[in-house]
Design a protein. Structure first.
Ligand SMILES: NC(=O)c1ccc[n+]([C@@H]2O[C@H](COP(=O)([O-])OP(=O)(O)OC[C@H]3O[C@@H](n4cnc5c(N)ncnc54)[C@H](O)[C@@H]3O)[C@@H](O)[C@H]2O)c1
Length: 253
């Protein structure tokens, strides 16, 4: 008799970006398979809305992940009351479209802090003794196809996401002796608020090309949630240091 790998009733997972898009879809899916969730986001109203749709073991923490020095204490305190974690997924992220000549250093700094430095800070907290459970602990980061391939006017976002690939591989090696797995998903374009926000800056031709860039069409937030679930689950117990493309074929071309 095989174990039911999609029964998460023994698993506690921290999810950032849980207020919207991929983070919210991931929270709702993991909640539906009985995971106990600690939901993080900067938007407290959105967090409350997600929480209201989750099972009653879930909790939330409103936090600004761009404040790198302000992450450790509130998250550590929250885990103390919430209990140790089996997994952590850093989904919160912000886009920044700008050509090189108008690139604003302060904005680049903020993009790096939310997309990349917060991933490191959270991994540091997760891997602290007593914050994680020892049976198959798993960290998942969310990058982008633009961490793998180039696109114009996207240098800051690409830098923040390709850095996650280096972090994934190095941490996978560093944490393997503790049996903590570290993986990353590089999504293609998903129909979320973020896509609505950035598609206004694309010219018509690029917007028209978006579908052609994805042989399977644009993705749904749930497509990423399912990939995350695999990497968190015991089905993925021998997978570490992987950048998993979940992109409808974008990077196959
Ligand atoms: N949507 C896409 O097409 C797409 C494609 C590739 C990668 N991604 C990546 O997937 C992740 C989620 O994207 P999405 O489309 O769901 O975006 P979204 O904008 O719908 O959700 C992002 C969430 O992050 C939260 N957030 C933003 N800044 C924060 C901060 N400083 N502190 C805490 N929380 C903060 C927001 O409040 C929001 O709830 C991002 O990392 C994004 O780069 C998205």
């Amino acid at each position: 008799m095989h174990k039911n790998f999609l029964d998460f009733s023994e698993k506690a997972i921290l999810i950032t970006g849980a207020g919207s898009g991929i983070g919210k879809a991931t929270a709702l899916y993991l909640s539906s398979i009985n995971a106990k969730l600690l939901l993080l986001d900067i938007n407290e109203d959105a967090l409350k809305e997600t929480l209201s749709l989750c099972n009653d073991q879930c909790d939330y923490l409103a936090i600004d992940l761009s404040d790198s020095h302000g992450i450790k204490i509130p998250v550590q305190d929250k885990i103390k009351t919430f209990g140790p974690l089996d997994g952590m997924v850093h989904i919160a992220g912000i886009p920044y479209l700008s050509p090189l000549k108008t690139l604003n250093t302060d904005t680049v700094d903020k993009v790096l802090k939310v997309n990349t430095v917060a991933a490191l800070e959270l991994a540091k907290i997760f891997t602290k003794h007593k914050n994680y459970k020892t049976e198959n602990p798993s960290i998942v980061f969310i990058s982008s196809v633009y961490g793998l391939v180039g696109s114009a006017a996207n240098v800051a976002y690409a830098m923040s996401k390709s850095a996650l690939h280096g972090i994934t591989k190095s941490l996978a090696i560093e944490l393997a002796p503790k049996h903590i797995r570290v993986n990353c998903i590089a999504p293609g374009f998903i129909k979320t608020q973020m896509l609505d926000d950035v598609s206004g800056s694309f010219d018509n031709e690029y917007n028209n090309r978006l579908n052609q860039l994805h042989p399977l069409g644009l993705g749904e937030a749930e497509d990423i949630a399912y990939g995350i679930t695999y990497l968190l689950s015991d089905m993925g117990k021998w997978v570490t240091g992987t950048i998993l493309s979940v992109d409808g074929g974008f990077t196959a071309q």
